[in-house]
Design a protein around this ligand. Structure first.
Ligand code: ACO
Length: 321
């Protein structure tokens, strides 16, 4: 029994903000941002929410897969920026698409969130518990950015991506790997509400994303090639057998370094960060949907996927399309 990705969808906010737009409201430049990150523009939410973009991405993935709401058994959303502490974004998606039978919950694995969701769904499907799952990565990161901190706010964007996966007799997901290193959690962090009760005085200050960019870079360029080597070997393949590497879209320099370490042409690393920025958990499914809609993915192709980020966390998989 395999876990096959049978449809993809995505949704980006309507409003595009270019690097030049940012340079008019803060001390930055297109040259600084694009030369260090590869990012030229990002979509930022105005009326859109994490749930509304998730619902749209989910509907597009269901349409692409040709599945109806009553076929969906499981909905998992990877997100660090759900609209509510509760209900989970996945429950909002369930209600909006009418997937009455589905079990729905969110996972927080930061930029690895979609990949963790994929792997969790895979395990449920392989165990024979569920047949069809809707998995998403969705973020409104702009609401947890400090817009006075130019070193972080220019890097991120908003959006949602989705995939429908189904237990099928033909192979699909060939191997996966995931890991966490909580000892380094502080290099990419965003504090939630702090204690607030009659015993504790709290300033109720809003907290935003803080990042040690160079430490994140060092982590990514070692953990990601190691994880990719692991899944490629576990799939019984070599690096040369992989048609595309669809990586979390954090930074072009990370992607270039991973390509170099794997000794693979950068042409095999499709990019969406130039027009999306870093959308954390949403970046892998949005990239996959763009590749799917451009007709880049042919049956039998081997695609290596990898997410990495806050936690720290990482997760990779090899799928046969
Ligand atoms: N515009 C102009 N100047 C800036 C900006 C900006 N937006 N941001 C910072 N600077 C300045 C700094 O103030 C500093 O100035 P100084 O030398 O006068 O003090 C200078 O640029 C260099 O700052 P650094 O933070 O050292 O910049 P660095 O060259 O390390 O680049 C970057 C920062 C791009 C984030 C880099 O560390 C990197 O590539 N990190 C990888 C991690 C990453 O991409 N994280 C994304 C999210 S995490 C994830 O998704 C896994």
């Amino acid at each position: 029994m395999g876990t096959k990705i049978i449809g993809t969808g995505s949704c980006l906010p309507k409003t595009v903000v270019t690097n030049d737009d940012l340079s008019r409201i803060m001390d930055t430049s297109d040259e600084w941002i694009s030369s260090r990150t590869g990012i030229r523009e990002r979509h930022l939410a105005k009326e859109e929410t994490t749930a509304s973009m998730s619902v749209e991405a989910a509907k597009r993935a269901m349409e692409n897969a040709g599945v109806t709401a009553d076929e969906i058994d499981l909905i998992i959303v990877g997100t660090v920026s759900a609209d509510h502490v509760t209900p989970a974004c996945a429950c909002e998606v369930q209600a909006a698409v009418g997937a009455d039978r589905a079990v729905a919950f969110d996972v927080n694995a930061a930029c690895s969130g979609f990949m963790f969701a994929l792997n969790i769904a895979h395990v449920y499907l392989q165990a024979g518990i569920y047949r069809t799952a809707l998995i998403l990565g969705a973020e409104t990161l702009s609401k947890i950015m400090d817009w006075d901190d130019r070193s972080t706010c220019v890097l991120f964007g908003d959006g949602a991506g989705a995939a429908v996966v189904r237990a099928e007799s033909i192979s699909g997901l060939l191997s996966f790997d995931q890991g966490s290193d909580g000892t380094k959690g502080g290099v990419l962090a965003c504090t939630n509400r702090t204690n607030n009760n009659p015993l504790v005085k709290t300033s109720r200050e809003l907290e935003y994303v803080h990042m040690d960019g160079q430490e994140v870079y060092k982590f990514a360029v070692t953990a990601v090639p190691a994880s990719l080597h692991k899944v490629i070997e576990a799939a019984g393949l070599t690096v040369e057998d992989i048609d595309y590497f669809a990586l979390h879209q954090a930074n072009i320099r990370i992607i270039q370094s991973v390509a170099k370490r794997l000794k693979v042409s950068e042409d095999k690393f499709p990019i969406s960060l130039d027009h999306c920025g870093n959308i954390s958990a949403a970046s892998v499914p949005i990239l996959l949907d763009e590749m799917n809609r451009k007709g880049m993915l042919k049956p039998g192709m081997k695609i290596a996927l990898s997410g990495f980020g806050g936690g720290l966390t990482w997760a990779s998989a090899v799928v046969e399309w």
